[in-house]
Design a protein around this ligand. Sequence first.
Ligand code: PLP
Length: 270
Amino acid sequence: MTYRGIAMTIAGSDSGGGAGIEADLATFLHLKVFGTAALAAVTAQNSLGVHKVFDIPCEMVGAQIKAILTDFSVGAVKTGMLSREETISEVAEGIKTYRVTKLVVDPVMVAQSGDPLMFGGAVNAMIGELLPLAFIVTPNIPEAEKLTGMKITSLDEMKEAAKVIAELGPKGVFVKGGHLEGERVTDLFYYEGKFHVFEHERIHTNDHHGTGCTLSAAIAAELAAGTDTLEAVKRAKDYTRLAIQHRFKGGKGYGCVGHIFKVDWLENSD
Ligand code: PLP
């Protein structure tokens, strides 16, 4: 067995194991990419909700980023829960200092339970400091609405929002359409001036905690493995769908994505 590359996650821990750093590392490993991690926050959380959030001091976030990026050949970085403005500034500084080009930003704002995961001026810092450095950003509909100030109720509006978000800096914008109603789910990837629309049957379940983390981690993993951008996004989408199909309910509340299944494109890898 060999690793296909090295990726890094800068995100929060979900003590419930379904999302955050825990989902990111599970995804990296499953996709045979070595995972490194800088912890930005710790949540005391279970399948019913978030009890408490503790932000790791910025200096320590910066120190973890420095430790990793001055040593490992990290092919791609993803960010997840960055709840404070200061943390986002620190991360942006690290990304610039170590010239990270393949940065996947998951603009995590709210947990599946509805608990907020972003506070104060964090949304503005995300827009002003981190998105200009992003290679790909992966908002869901409510996050895309927050980033653009638009109301999004259709594919056309998703397209408009993707264009507005792309103007903030990222080369690619993946808008997750799962929050819109309908029997089919439409996701959109706007990249190099083109729209790529992915449509599939909705998997009817509320047990999908960790979906956003898994998607962005899978994109980062595939980019770290050297996969072409559009193919990386398609694989990440397929991986996430499989992870929802193989969901796991470990507590009394929401179940989360699972990571125990085979993926086609690794079938013949050693
Ligand atoms: N990161 C952490 C630490 C979280 O607790 C959560 C949600 O609870 C998320 C990220 C976002 O999760 P999802 O992938 O469900 O959007």
